[in-house]
Design a protein around this ligand. Structure first.
Ligand SMILES: [Zn+2]
Length: 370
């Protein structure tokens, strides 16, 4: 980070009465737009520079387009654009805090990265990942794991243009317009706190709803991580309808498997071959004109789309030309179960008890701040 940028973020925190309450706040870089052909930027009292820090005098709002050598802003070509404002900068109508950088993406379209104090990021994240109407101890648990996850990714992706996606690929983040006082309270009451194992910040994976048992990292990613073992969780089943159903034409499933690089042709049947100890599908067998192909459950879910096939906890059967899938839960199942945490909080457990339940063997530590 340039000295100028560091100063700018610190100054913005002071102007906005910054929740980070530190002159050198921990910051994160979040990709808030990727691959868009154009973006519209707006904001009161915004400071504008190009990517080298040269001040720009441009009329707001800004229409930014990807061009061959960089970006075009209101008809002017620049290598990149940096925007900051005392309160918020609007990107396609959504408000963001901190400093926004617009540049040509490495693949196509525009990349917009928001660099902001981690604690501010967490306040916005609460209502994207859960709801601030949930019990306060569940909000605090979410704040601590999202902070831990962000710090882990920040260290792992040091030197990359950004460290966090704003989607389920990392953590959902829709900017500051969804912040509220309960979300801010959950973040402030756990300020700087992270989950550690063996003295190091953990990779705090979490998911929406495990439907009865969380999953070990080994069965999803093939890697045993001591604090990511599966644990029983009956709490999420009381709080939320967990079942889901899908009816998909077999031809469509075949097309999606092919698009994911799985070589099948003329699929006749798909069956569960094996389940793991948490009950989720470990492997499926796909029977086509040429024989049998074994497809891991996690690869099948990825091929069909994470939002369509909500988890690998499902049964599948054929009905004529269709696949009927009955499933339960939502997400990869690893780490904390958000709906389970909600119920545990409602049952009177505090966030420390919730976290040490879902991540066996961990401790809480103050990573920074007072
Ligand atoms: Zn659960």
């Amino acid at each position: 980070m340039s000295l100028f940028r560091t100063f700018l973020i610190a100054a913005l925190c002071l102007i906005a009465g910054g929740s980070a309450a530190s002159l050198r706040p921990e910051t994160v870089r979040v990709a808030v737009v990727k691959g868009a052909d154009t973006v519209r930027i707006d904001g009161a009292m915004a400071l504008l520079t190009d990517s080298r820090g040269e001040p720009l005098a441009l009329e707001m709002p800004l229409e930014v387009k990807r061009v061959k050598d960089g970006v075009q802003v209101n008809g002017r070509t620049l290598s990149g654009l940096v925007v900051s404002a005392p309160v918020r900068v609007a990107v396609n109508g959504k408000g963001y805090r901190g400093v926004l950088e617009v540049s040509a993406g490495t693949e196509r379209g525009l990349l917009v990265v928001d660099e902001l104090p981690l604690e501010d990021y967490l306040v916005g994240l609460i209502n994207c990942e859960i709801s601030s109407a949930w019990p306060m101890e569940a909000i605090k648990a979410q704040a601590v794991i999202a902070r831990s996850y962000a710090i882990f990714q920040k260290n792992a992706r040091r030197g990359a243009p950004y460290q966090l996606e704003s989607s389920v690929m990392d953590q959902v983040y829709e900017g500051c317009d969804v912040e509220d006082s309960r979300a801010a309270r959950g973040v402030q009451e756990t300020a700087g706190e992270v989950v550690t194992y063996d003295g190091k910040v953990i990779q705090a994976f979490y998911h929406s709803n495990c439907a009865g048992h969380t999953e070990s990292s080994k069965t999803v990613w093939g890697l045993s991580i001591p604090y990511l073992r599966g644990v029983a969780c009956r709490y999420c089943q009381e709080a939320n309808p967990i079942g889901w159903e899908l009816k998909l034409p077999l031809k469509k499933v075949e097309a999606q498997l092919k698009a994911a690089g799985i070589r099948v042709a003329g699929v006749r049947e798909i069956r569960v071959l094996e389940r793991n100890e948490s009950g989720r599908v470990q492997d499926l067998v796909v029977i086509d004109g040429k024989g049998r192909t074994i497809v891991p459950g996690v690869a099948f879910r990825k091929a069909l789309g994470y939002s369509q096939l909500k988890s690998t906890n499902f049964e599948i059967r054929m009905a004529g030309d269709d696949c009927l899938i009955n499933g339960a839960g939502s997400g990869h199942g690893v780490g904390l179960c958000q709906w389970g945490a909600k119920q545990r909080a409602a049952d009177g457990f505090d966030y420390h008890e919730i976290l040490t339940y879902y991540y066996p063997g961990v401790k809480l530590a103050k990573e920074y701040g007072q």
